[in-house]
Design a protein around this ligand. Structure first.
Ligand code: RP5
Length: 171
């Protein structure tokens, strides 16, 4: 007997990260996509520890139906650029804060791509992960009215949550 109603929709966005240690930041990208109803998958894919996993992931991403990849890494963060070199999909890079250099190393590694292979680079840390989720959702929304509506609602909610007058002890 088939259970059609329980079928999980195929992922539209892939979230990859160089290490388990990146998850506390990268989970914000996943939570953002979940809030907008965008099917997504999360994987640990390291450019230097699991290079063959990266090749497999990037070279099959489009044929598996993904529309965008979010790649987060810290330190010498070559994961987003290497991924972008092997897929035509838009790749959004999230610099994860490093212990030694506070994420400046991650940011510069990801943002300074030579002309020809773009990585859309976001801010260091949580803000970058959230915004990567929003950008990837915007890509999906180009051909999915339900996600477009969810994005509009998300922005309206954010706007409504901004008080006009500051208070001494905000909740
Ligand atoms: C990078 O090295 C990962 O993206 C992570 O941000 C950093 C440290 O990794 P771990 O040593 O914590 O596994 O590849």
């Amino acid at each position: 007997m088939t259970t059609e109603s329980a079928a999980v929709p195929p992922p539209k966005v892939g979230i990859i990260m160089g290490s388990q240690s990146d998850w506390p930041i990268m989970r914000h990208a996943a939570e953002t996509l979940a809030a907008l109803g965008v099917p997504h998958e999360t994987r640990i894919v390291s450019a230097h520890r699991t290079p063959h996993r990266l090749v497999d992931y990037a070279t099959t991403a489009r044929e598996r139906g993904l529309m965008a990849v979010i790649a987060g890494a810290g330190g010498a963060a070559h994961l987003p650029g290497m991924c972008a070199s092997m897929t035509p999909l838009p790749v959004f890079g999230v610099p994860v804060e490093s212990k030694a250099l506070k994420g400046m190393d991650s940011l510069l590694s990801i943002v300074q791509m030579p002309a020809g292979v773009p990585v859309g680079t976001l801010a260091i840390g949580r803000a970058g992960a959230v915004n990567a989720g929003l950008l990837a959702a915007a890509v999906v929304a180009l051909s999915d009215a339900r996600v477009a509506e969810a994005l509009d609602a998300w922005r309206a909610h954010q706007t409504a949550a901004v008080a006009e007058v500051p208070v001494d002890h905000p909740e």
